[in-house]
Ligand binder design. Sequence first.
Ligand SMILES: Cc1cc2nc3c(=O)[nH]c(=O)nc-3n(C[C@H](O)[C@H](O)[C@H](O)COP(=O)(O)O)c2cc1C
Length: 323
Amino acid sequence: MVSLKDLTCSKLWLAPLAGYTDSAFRQLCKLHGAEILVSEMVSADGLIRDSKKTIQFIRFEEAERPFGIQIFGSEPDVIARGAEFCLRFKPNFIDINMGCPVKKVVRRGAGSALMNDLQRAAEIVKKVNAAVRGSCLLGVKFRSGWNAASLNYRDFGLLLQDSGADFLCLHARSQAQMFSGEADWSHIAELKKVLSIPLIGNGDIRCPEDAAKMLAATSCDSVMIGRGALGKPWIFSQIRQLWDGGDYRPVTRDLLLETIFSHIDLALRYKPERVVYKEMRSQLCFYTKGLVGSAELRQQINRAESTAEIKQLILASEAFSLL
Ligand SMILES: Cc1cc2nc3c(=O)[nH]c(=O)nc-3n(C[C@H](O)[C@H](O)[C@H](O)COP(=O)(O)O)c2cc1C
């Protein structure tokens, strides 16, 4: 069994990003130094109905370990049964989502809505703890609070700790902020001071220097990177190089092209061609962001109808030759 220390002691986490962090992207990030991977969030309700569609989101490769499955829901018994169901895939940890701000989720009393229902949140952690104890570790990912007037991350974190979570992850924004505005790292620092279990810090690590800044500002145990890894999966190895006291290697044209092509090839192992060439459009927006002349390339990619065509467009593009 992976220990708590293996998961949380100065580790580089890839954040769950629904629609982006599928197995292919996670493996790519791992090749580039991500150390802990998590599934996209899946509905506990969907899992226990054994829905094929839900289950495909929690499948992972052995190479992705240490690996966690993230579940969401609002009914303690349903989430506990969902977590128990996940155990058949032998994840290293279960992560409960108490941070998702999107309407569809909070309307059902799940995600960050649980930050307004302390008793229910505590009961969820207790029941999932009882369901997975001895099989894997248990984490909870949550936000700073519902809005600026109810920033209850401190008491909420302590409640989750007392209820049986092994570690926590704080995305230092409120539900009302969704994904805009700045993450307030002082919330991470304050929570870290009062917790006795490990805390993963999350929010606004966009470049390797940010990760070092977050560690220094908050003393969090590990850092989690989400959008900062889109189009730049090498951010993890760059952070590690920086933490190890050196300069990090800048990205070259060869590395960028090799990474994009590996991404496409990995994706094709898991999804059909007609899905991959469409999904790669949004991933390629991130890979090509900021390159001179890349707007035209993106338009061409959006019209392309196969991954082979996308690769040809990239090889022929001046955007990359200017790197
Ligand atoms: C497109 C997208 C999808 C996300 N999906 C999830 C998810 O499935 N589960 C989750 O806990 N957080 C999810 N998040 C939140 C991220 O994990 C992370 O907390 C947030 O983006 C802040 O970190 P960052 O600034 O490093 O991106 C998502 C965020 C985005 C932008």
